[in-house]
Design a protein around this ligand. Sequence first.
Ligand code: G6P
Length: 609
Amino acid sequence: MCGIIGYIGNDSATDIVVDGLKKLEYRGYDSAGVGVIEDGKLRVIKKKGRVKNTEEAIPKTLKSTIGIGHTRWATHGAPSDKNSHPHISQNIAVVHNGIIENYACLKKELESEGVVFTSETDTEVIPHLINKIISNSMSDTDNIKCEIFYFHSILKAIRKLSGSYALAILNTDFPDLIVCVKRGSPLVVSKSNTASFIASDVGVASKHGGEIFILDDDELALIKKGEVNFFDTRGREKKKNSIVYEKEENSDELGNNAHHMLKEIKEIPSAIHETVIGVKKCFFNLEKNKLKKIKKIVLVGCGTAYHAGLSAKTVLEKFTKIPSYVEVASEFRYSNPLIGKETLVVLISQSGETADTLAALELAKKKRALTLAVVNNTTSAIALGADSRIITRAKKEIAVASTKAYNSQLVALYSFALYLADIKQTMPQDQINALKEMLLNLPKAAREVIESGLDKINSDIIKIFKDEKAIMFLGRGIDYATASEASLKLKEITYIHCSAYPAGELKHGTIALIENNYLVVAYLTDSTLKDKTLNALYEVKARGAKVFAITNQDLPKDAYDYIYEVPRLGILSPIASIIPMQIISYLTAVAKEIDPDKPRNLAKSVTVE
Ligand code: G6P
């Protein structure tokens, strides 16, 4: 959700800010903007649409070494030039990620004092508020160019805001200073001897070398060239340690691939391999004694991460005999959940920054539950905030539709279920060992599914999906979880209405949708439920549906119209059986001329509620 960049150094600020925005575009791509100070004057260029629109509008002659930038996912106000950031009030420019929840009331107050607003955003109140506080509290003896006075005016303004924000603030009265502050939305600062850099994620901030600092909530940073000082919101200076960050090589490069999504599907085998190997190290750090006492597990996540939880629930209950529940994070956080010391709350998140999942973590901690983060980003708020963490080693995922992160989440969660079964002795040791061995062989199985998929999913198969208006996905048990993720994948990047149902629930309403030629995708990999799912296939076929079965079972020919075979991997099957639909979704989006990496209205990292 919205990306923020800032730079102060010796090089061209517009070049560096634009380059950073391109790397953060996965966070939102409704519009973009850049604000710099050139010869003491504020220059702001902002355009609706992708970063390249803003880039093309920047005059080649513009010279500046200090600037801020923003790539937007619209919350308040439609995507347009005027609603793009930075937002300005005279000499002050602000970029913002988050939502100012009391903006309407602040706007009313400011308007009553004569302020004229030029956008429909919540953000615009911030620069006006700072300016108003400066002018209202300045006495005849105050110097408008006094840094301490400016700093305290920002602190006063911040205290009036409620909601979430990561802000970078530029002011022509201080042409060598950017002020940053955050609450609830991520912000990272890096500094070398000659420059300082601000970004919404560590990966992008680290590109410029030097020391890296992750801002905490209610922390303020005064950033100059090669110098950063941190303060709390009462204005007291804070000492802050830089973090150690292992840089990922070439994660932004497409190589021979047309899109990041395709590249990321091809990276599934290595993501699985790295995760299987890496989780062992994570288990050393888990608190065995506390885990042994756990009586209930709640898995929480959003989108794809929620579906990983849905899949893991079945496995956890089977392996550990501990009652396990799955909740969408946005529901969990307001549900007053019945959890306590003997509950393990597992927070699943690729980015580790999703606002609802982060709030779920805070709630779980408040209720004294044991918290475990399953995250792909080691330096994220969820990773750092949980009692313990298991890292999915999928490396950076850029395409908005998650692929390799999902397969890695399944691997991490299934491995954790085995670990828990081991320490609680709820499964025979030989079965645990056999499953561990199978996990090690999974990358090979996944590679085969991907290679054969990219070979055999041709235009004939894509034709089955491409022009459909609605598609139903069915499955039972763990196959329902896979069907749910498959349905999400296809809908988010092809805009076809897809929904998933437990196969047995069909006849309680959903079957009314079925008519001649309605496409039903059926997942069937759990042999124990085969006959039951088959009943559902016959029921929809009897009403004219076309059935596309994804299975590793022998099915009677009259139960389907198309069959896609996946490997028999027992309870681990979902890790491979999702792959055909990841590939079909990708190729269908391409066939429909939709950018699969940046589907409309979505963002990779949702840092607002
Ligand atoms: C967004 C993304 C999804 C992702 C979800 C949760 O909606 O578009 O792909 O699954 O957020 O993200 P997280 O980073 O918490 O896994």
